[in-house]
Design a protein around this ligand. Sequence first.
Ligand SMILES: NC(=O)c1ccc[n+]([C@@H]2O[C@H](COP(=O)([O-])OP(=O)(O)OC[C@H]3O[C@@H](n4cnc5c(N)ncnc54)[C@H](O)[C@@H]3O)[C@@H](O)[C@H]2O)c1
Length: 363
Amino acid sequence: MEKIVIGIIGAGYIGREHARSLRLVRPMFGDKLVIAAIADKNLEAAENAARDFEIGRFTDDINSVIDDPNINVIFSCLPTKFHIDVIKRAADLGKAIFFEKPFAVSMQQAQAVSDILEGSGVPNQVGFVLRYAPTYHALKKLLAERSRESALRTIVLRDDQMFPIKGISHFTDWRSKVDLAGAGVLIEHGIHDLDLFEWLFGKVKRVSARSNNFAGYEGIEDYMEVRLEFASGVTGNMVHIWHDIPAHQSIRHFEIFFNKALITLDTYDMHHITVRDAVSEAKLERPDLYQMVVNEPLFKDLSNREDMLFVSDYYAIQDYWFVRNLLEGNALSPTVKDGLRAFTVGNACYESAKQDGAWVEIS
Ligand SMILES: NC(=O)c1ccc[n+]([C@@H]2O[C@H](COP(=O)([O-])OP(=O)(O)OC[C@H]3O[C@@H](n4cnc5c(N)ncnc54)[C@H](O)[C@@H]3O)[C@@H](O)[C@H]2O)c1
């Protein structure tokens, strides 16, 4: 594409996050990147975002933005149930689409979204933003190094987050409604981890899961434990928790056991990785983590951007690459294929939880 003219649909938490990120990277693309409009049924939210992030037009009519012939790229940032409507309308008009995870409220709807996007052939990218986080690229490098010396045995992840039922940054309660959200912590938040696990460790073969619903919102689990078996024979355990402990930050805590080494990763405050083996313990923090990845293709052109790379602003890094790849005609990543795959693994977890933890195979 020669010029990108973006319309953002949704001015809530993630719509604003994209507006912020795109404004940050805009000077890097000169007049080839325009953030033309933002739409939300809440006109005030659209107006505030337009003012805060210098967006030309705001409206409460989302279709007027999708249909605008000057706009050729759409960001879908509405509550989960509505992505399909935005994606269908934009795909029918041949527009490139960035859409947020989990992008559907059911397996059937996820398949329908995939059919629309694959059928139309429009460039598309799903918001698995952790794939753009320098920390996880450093982890991937460490995993490859350690794997050459010692066999990977098992992975443990605890992912906890403040219950976002009241919204992440402002009051919105759609995450408490099963028809709008699809389900609870696993699909809404843990889907990032389902994608990350396969990106880091390879294909999952089968899962066994149990869920619980302490807060009592119908169909919205706030606890999910998953046992995973990878095609490689490696095993894993994930626990996803939505809690109500404001004094505790939301963190991901990984423990990755090799025969003769342990890698731990915490996303508390700054990201930390520790590597222990028989003879040593290495604690990697900023700037060590970033030095490990700064020459990789994804990051090397951003090596002077302390505000993006060194503070690990992975939303901005993600949006930078979305824009750059579109302009240069490169393939986008991750796409709806990856989104559908993570959704499929998640769906197997829900199937298993319904059967009290029975193993469910994933083809
Ligand atoms: N990638 C990530 O890290 C990440 C983080 C947060 C949310 N998300 C995803 O982004 C999506 C939105 O989440 P959010 O946190 O921004 O929610 P939010 O509640 O903060 O924002 C949603 C916005 O959509 C508007 N809206 C709702 N229904 C609408 C409709 N029918 N027409 C027009 N506008 C409508 C609301 O007024 C609100 O401003 C969800 O799918 C969520 O899972 C992704």
